[in-house]
Design a protein around this ligand. Structure first.
Ligand code: NAD
Length: 254
């Protein structure tokens, strides 16, 4: 096992972020999770292993003062910061027809999904630099392909991919920055109890993935762990599509 590091995960109370926190704790690291959902944070505290290695903070990733304060608290608590995962997002890609998309809704997607990443980098870089730290930003396969009525989500994730290479060039060699673009990841089991659902996938759902199945938070967590670690020291500025091959498969309507 590599030596223990301290990692900060936004949106860590549910879904992919909770899966990432679980994997990092299981691998022996110290983890800070931040989220806006207090009920979900309480449930995560019950579910995650190694509570003495875990710090739980309420923070809205789109609020500059809250991002600054939570990063500062993390370093005060654990003494250092080795990696940041910006995972928090308005995860529902569908917002309705673009002709009716309000400026407020557009900005809400951008503020959480994209500005949140900028704020983590702006205020986290100084903590990461001394340790050769690493950032992982959660994009989406929707940065490179779309369904109708997803403009705000797609634009926010496309922005993440561009921000990733810009940051990698600006912050290197001290800090590496990479993006992960998940495809279809089933997070039903990784929600707070009031949102939990057991989802049965159909054959057609599995068959559109060359890997033969829908993804899990663990699929994203294992790559996140690698990208945070020194083993990925020659990798920066990249976007990794983790989608079971779905975006590589041509589908013609019958
Ligand atoms: P989720 O809804 O299960 O979890 C997201 C968490 O982020 C929630 O706990 C929520 O409370 C938190 N959050 C939302 N806004 C926040 C804010 N402003 N500040 C702090 N926390 C906030 O979603 P998920 O499916 O696990 O998605 C996680 C990330 O992965 C998102 O960025 C999403 O866009 C991306 N993603 C998910 C999928 C998928 O299929 N699940 C696919 C591609 C990309």
């Amino acid at each position: 096992m590599t030596s223990p590091c301290t990692y900060y995960v936004t949106g860590g109370a549910q879904g992919i972020g909770l899966g990432i926190a679980h994997t990092l704790l299981t691998e022996g690291h110290r983890v800070v999770i931040t989220d806006i959902d207090g009920e979900a944070l309480d449930a995560a505290a019950q579910r995650l292993p190694h509570p003495s290695q875990l710090l739980i903070l309420t923070a809205d990733v789109s609020d500059e003062a809250q991002v600054m304060a939570s990063l500062e608290k993390s370093v005060t608590h654990f003494g250092r910061l080795d990696g940041i995962v910006h995972n928090a997002g308005i995860a529902d890609p569908f917002h309705g027809p673009v002709e009716q998309l309000s400026l407020e809704t557009w900005q809400a997607y951008l503020n959480t999904n994209l500005t949140g990443a900028f704020l983590c980098a702006k205020h986290g870089a100084a903590y990461l630099r001394p340790h050769g730290g690493s950032m992982v930003l959660m994009a989406s396969s929707r940065a490179i392909q779309s369904e109708p009525d997803t403009e705000a989500y797609a634009a926010s994730k496309g922005g993440i991919v561009a921000l990733t290479h810009a940051l990698a060039v600006s912050l290197g060699p001290d800090v590496r920055v990479n993006a992960i673009s998940p495809g279809w990841i089933e997070v039903g089991d990784w929600q707070k109890p009031s949102r939990q659902q057991s989802v049965e996938h159909r054959d057609i759902d599995r068959e559109q993935h060359p890997a033969g199945r829908v993804g899990t938070p663990e699929d994203i967590a294992s790559l996140t762990h690698f990208l945070l670690s020194k083993e990925s020291g020659f990798i920066t500025g990249q976007n990794f599509v983790v989608d079971g091959g779905m975006t590589r498969k041509m589908i013609y309507a019958e």
